[in-house]
Design a protein around this ligand. Structure first.
Ligand code: ATP
Length: 442
């Protein structure tokens, strides 16, 4: 077991000063209230792995909400309490958040259902967790500050790079843990222990995945797609039968390693170029996963996962439009068709950026990929210079004609036929002379 000194050393070296101070003040409030407090879970796991993690989860033996309120009275922060779950969030002036929970135990009346909850000791609280590597806790109370609690062999499994459940019914009680196991394996470069794989396979075989609601499965998939390289996890989901359970045709076998790598490259490229405009990278990967499926199959998946309406539209009509448009672009690039920028713009302007990046990833035509990237970098944000009041002062009466004029102006700008404001005014005067009612007031 790691010595108290070693953990204290890690806390000092790995964490920034303000976070160290927060942890010790949390311990001090625990002392004042006569309650034991711990930092637990992923935070401790990542601390021992020397990886940064800003999700601080605190567990109090006793009333977590009362603890958080007392902490906020003494130190400068706000509290948001969730009575139903006996949890609270401390929100500091700089926006930093700390989750506080009451130590509790959970039992499951039915597989896949949400658990019944009761107050408990820290040990029972740790026992309800998913994997041994997530059961570590560090005591924060003054006299014990820095003591590591390792009841279930978490450190051993961190050293052995193993993902292990705590007991045989773990996947049955909460089948979402199957997805979590695979996500942690790939993220940390760990492997499930043999017995854990065996338990997972039995739970799949016995159909326990059917007990999880659509939104919970969807959430797990999104979390996997948010990891930096989701393909290995997808392969593992496929191999263990988890994709097929979502839909019998869902598989990554049709995908080459290149597709996900290209998706990752496209997303990284975009996020590097447009730091202010993050895209939802998980959608790009999800589209790759669905790339071989027809409209009906995707609809069944959308239903199975009970996707929210906005995602339903994205994976429904917007995906269909993207596929159609990509086909056109590929076809035209095979014909060596000479694009005008206004054509490219007209074709791509309504597609969400995630669909554009998917197009870049999936196409095998270099020319098509270049066309899309040219749109993203050079055409997407082009606007004409004139505004409504400019048209009015040219003597044009407001109406639907304005939309037409702005579209025409955008086209000639995209094609380089106008550059300055004067050019635009000239263009409108020439093209729409018959619509001009009065003498320009300019
Ligand atoms: P991440 O870095 O992905 O946030 P994490 O380990 O912090 O990983 P969370 O999903 O934030 O994961 O969960 C916090 C803690 O709650 C975990 O460390 C784990 O102990 C526990 N936990 C989360 N989900 C489950 C689950 N389905 N079953 C049991 N314990 C869980």
């Amino acid at each position: 077991t790691l010595k108290k000194r070693t953990v204290a050393h890690l806390l000092r070296n790995q964490l920034r000063d303000s976070l160290q101070k927060t942890l010790s003040t949390i311990g001090a409030v625990g002392d004042a209230l006569g309650r034991s407090v711990f930092v637990v879970g992923g935070f401790v796991r990542d601390l021992l792995l020397r990886q940064e993690n800003f999700d601080v989860d605190i567990v109090v033996e006793g009333d977590g909400i009362a603890f958080a309120e007392e902490y906020a009275r003494r130190y400068d922060c706000r509290v948001r309490a969730h009575k139903k779950f006996a949890t609270a969030v401390l929100i500091f002036a700089d926006g930093f958040k700390v989750d506080v929970a009451s130590a509790r135990t959970e039992y499951y009346l039915e597989p896949g259902a949400l658990p019944t909850v009761e107050n408990a000791s820290i040990k029972l609280d740790l026992y309800r967790r998913d994997f041994t590597i997530n059961t570590l806790a560090i005591a924060l109370n003054g006299p014990h500050f820095g003591e590591l609690l390792d009841y279930f062999g978490g450190q051993n499994d961190l050293r052995g790079k193993a993902i292990r459940v705590l007991h045989n019914l773990s996947f049955v009680e909460d089948p979402t843990r199957m997805f979590r196991a695979i996500r942690f394996e790939q993220r940390l470069g760990f492997q499930m222990g043999r017995h854990t794989v065996h338990l997972l396979k039995s739970a799949v075989r016995m159909g326990f995945l059917d007990k999880i609601s659509g939104p919970r499965v969807f959430n797990e998939l999104v979390l996997i797609f948010r990891e930096s390289d989701p393909l290995p996890a997808m392969r593992r989901l496929d191999e263990l039968g988890l994709l097929a359970f979502i839909h019998p045709t869902l598989s990554v076998r049709h995908l080459s390693d290149g597709t996900f790598a290209a998706a990752k490259q496209a997303v990284d490229w975009y996020e590097l170029l447009y730091t202010g405009e993050r895209c939802q990278r998980w959608k790009v990967f999800f589209l790759c996963l669905l790339s071989d499926l027809d409209h009906g199959e995707v609809q069944q998946i959308v239903q199975r996962l009970a996707m929210p309406p906005q995602c339903e539209e994205f994976f429904g009509s917007e995906r269909d439009a993207a596929t159609r448009i990509l086909n056109q672009i590929e076809w035209r690039s095979m014909q060596s068709y000479r694009w005008r920028d206004s054509d490219i713009h007209a074709l791509l302007k309504d597609l969400p950026v995630e669909a554009l990046l998917y197009g870049m990833a999936i196409t095998e035509h270099e020319e098509a990929r270049r066309t899309i990237s040219h749109f993203i970098t050079h055409l997407r944000h082009v606007k004409c210079l004139l505004r409504g009041h400019d048209l009015q002062s040219l003597g044009l009466a407001p109406g639907p004609i304005y939309r037409e004029i702005f579209d025409a102006l955008l086209d000639v700008r995209l094609d380089g036929q106008v550059v300055t404001r004067e050019d635009e005014l000239q263009f409108v005067t020439n093209r729409y002379v018959e619509k001009i009612e009065e003498k320009p007031s300019r």
